[in-house]
Ligand binder design. Structure first.
Ligand code: SAM
Ligand code: SF4
Length: 332
C-alpha cells in the first residue's frame, strides 16, 4: 500500500497516454500548440509496464487521459491489456476508466466495454454547435454527440465534464443540468486552472463555482451527497432531475487533505500534485531494467515527497500561468 508523508493512501493514478489532441480548447492550449517529439513518449508496452508497477504498489484505479487518449495509435491494445488486470482483490485493478473529448467514441465505445471499462468522463462545455466550435476550435459537435450516444448504447455510464467559463457558457448551466438529467448522465462543473500558456488571458475566463452554485440554488433543489472521490469534487443531487452534479473547485476551495492520487505524463514523469512542479522521472528506471523493481522503488520515493497541497492563484498582476505545463501534458 502506498502511503505518503501526510498519511494519505495513494490508490489512484491518472496516466496521460499522449499530449496530442484533435481539439484546441481555448482554456487548455494555444491553437499553434507544439507537442512533444514522439521519441520522448513511452511506448504502449512501457505504459503497460508502468501501470503494472503502480498496481504492484497497491493502486486500484487507473484513469487514462491526455491530450486525447483515443487519438493515440494502438491505444485500444493498452486498454485491453489493462482490462485484464481488473479484479476484485488487492493486487488487481478495481476500476479502469478514461477521460475523453468524445471525438473517437463512436468507433471505440463497444471495444471499451469489451475491455472492461464501465464508465467514462466526456468533456462537453456547451450544447450549442457554434459555441462548441468556438471553444474547441477544431472540434465537430455532431461527431461528439454521436460518440456520446454510442457510448450510452454500448452500456457505458457517462459523466459530462463542463469547464465553467465566464461570459462563454455561464448562461448554459441550467440547460446542461436538464439535458444530463434527461439523458441519465452525471455532470461535473470545473473551475479553470492556470496551467500552461494559452492564447488569451485566464483571468477573463475564471468563474468561481461558489458563485455558480449560489445561482443554481435559486432554480434547482440541490441536496449535498456524502460521496468523496478523494478529489477536489463535491457532489449534490439535483432533486428535480434525480441526477448527480459535481463541483470541482481547486481554485476557490482546496481539498488537498484527502487527495488520493498522482499523475504520470506520457513521457513517464510522475507529478505528485497537479499544482506543483516537483516530479519524479519513471522513464529512466523503466528503460534501465527489465524487471519492475527500480520503477516501483522510484514510485515509492516520489510518493514520500507528495506535497501537502497546491497553491494555485489566478492573479491579474501575474501575466504568466501559475505552472508552465499544460493540462494536456499532465493529464486532466
Ligand atoms: N482530451 C480529453 C478531454 O478533453 O476530456 C482529456 C484530457 S483534458 C486535459 C481533461 C479535462 O481537463 C477536460 O475535462 C478539460 O476540460 C479539462 N481542462 C483542460 N484544461 C483545463 C484548465 N486549464 N482548467 C481546468 N480544466 C481544464
Ligand atoms: Fe484536447 Fe481535452 Fe485539452 Fe480540449 S481539453 S484541447 S480536448 S486535451
Amino acid at each position: 500500500m502506498l502511503v505518503d508523508g501526510f498519511g494519505r493512501q495513494i490508490s489512484y493514478v491518472r496516466v496521460s497516454v499522449t499530449d496530442r489532441c484533435d481539439f484546441r480548447c481555448v482554456y487548455c492550449m494555444a491553437e499553434n500548440m507544439v507537442f512533444l517529439p514522439k521519441r520522448d513518449l513511452l511506448s504502449l508496452e512501457e505504459l503497460e509496464r508502468l501501470c503494472d508497477a503502480f498496481i504492484q504498489t497497491g493502486v486500484r484505479k487507473i484513469r487514462l487521459t491526455g491530450g486525447e487518449p483515443l487519438v493515440r495509435r494502438g491505444v485500444m491494445s493498452l486498454i485491453q491489456a489493462l482490462g485484464r488486470r481488473l479484479g476484485p482483490v488487492p493486487g488487481t485493478l478495481e476500476e479502469l476508466t478514461l477521460t475523453t473529448n468524445g471525438s473517437q467514441l463512436e468507433r471505440h465505445a463497444e471495444g471499451l466495454v469489451a475491455a472492461g471499462v464501465r464508465r467514462i468522463n466526456v468533456s462537453l462545455d456547451t450544447l450549442r454547435p457554434g459555441r462548441f466550435e468556438a471553444i474547441t476550435r477544431w472540434g465537430r459537435f455532431e461527431q461528439v454527440m454521436q460518440g456520446i450516444a454510442a457510448a450510452r448504447s454500448a452500456g457505458l455510464a457517462i459523466k459530462i465534464n463542463m469547464v465553467a467559463l465566464k461570459d462563454v457558457n455561464e448562461d448554459e448551466f441550467d440547460q446542461m443540468i436538464a439535458w444530463c438529467g434527461a439523458e441519465g448522465y452525471d455532470l461535473t462543473l470545473i473551475e479553470t486552472m492556470p496551467l500552461g500558456d494559452i492564447d488569451g488571458d485566464r483571468t477573463d475566463q475564471y468563474l468561481p463555482l461558489s458563485l455558480v452554485r449560489a445561482r443554481l440554488q435559486q432554480r434547482w433543489r440541490l441536496t449535498d451527497l456524502d460521496c468523496s472521490t478523494g478529489g477536489p469534487a463535491r457532489y449534490v443531487r439535483v432533486e428535480e432531475t434525480g441526477g448527480r452534479l459535481g463541483f470541482i473547485t481547486p481554485m476557490s476551495h482546496n481539498f488537498c487533505e484527502s487527495c488520493n492520487r498522482v499523475r504520470v505524463t506520457c513521457t513517464g514523469t510522475m507529478y505528485m500534485c497537479l499544482g506543483q512542479e516537483d516530479a519524479i522521472d519513471l522513464r529512466t528506471p523503466l528503460r534501465g531494467a527489465e524487471d519492475n523493481g527500480p520503477v516501483v522503488a522510484a514510485i515509492e520515493a516520489g510518493i514520500g515527497r507528495k506535497p501537502k497541497g497546491h497553491d494555485f492563484v489566478i492573479d491579474r498582476r501575474r501575466k504568466r500561468p501559475a505552472l508552465a505545463r499544460h493540462m494536456s501534458v499532465t493529464g486532466g
